[in-house]
Design a protein. Structure first.
Length: 107
């Protein structure tokens, strides 16, 4: 019993400012690693041959935080096609399908 009394707070010492800052930095570093992992997964999804054109384009939109332009002549379509490993015709076809869905939903 006396050995327990000699160091009662050995494992529960109050955290210092340095300890809290170090813990914060560790959490931030771990969060950054997790974000990078998710980004890699999303980037892989945008060009995976097992995904449909719609899913690849949605993955591209998620990675870039952008929506695919509705203009069939928009220069970004070329970048979308390259990043998703789709043809420009496939990207434009997906545009037409989305426009048709929007039009039928609004009717």
């Amino acid at each position: 019993m006396s050995s327990m009394m000699s160091m009662p707070f050995a494992n529960n010492k109050p955290a210092t400012g340095d300890d809290l800052f170090f813990d914060y930095r560790q959490r931030r570093a771990q969060e950054e690693i997790e974000r990078a992992d998710l980004k890699r997964v999303d980037q892989a999804e945008q060009c995976s041959g097992s995904n449909s054109a719609d899913r690849r384009i949605r993955a591209w939109e998620k990675v870039h935080h952008l929506r695919m332009p509705s203009d069939p002549q928009h220069p970004a379509l070329t970048a979308i096609a390259a990043a998703t490993q789709l043809t420009l015709a496939a990207v434009r076809n997906e545009q037409r399908l989305r426009s048709a869905r929007c039009a039928s939903a609004g009717a």
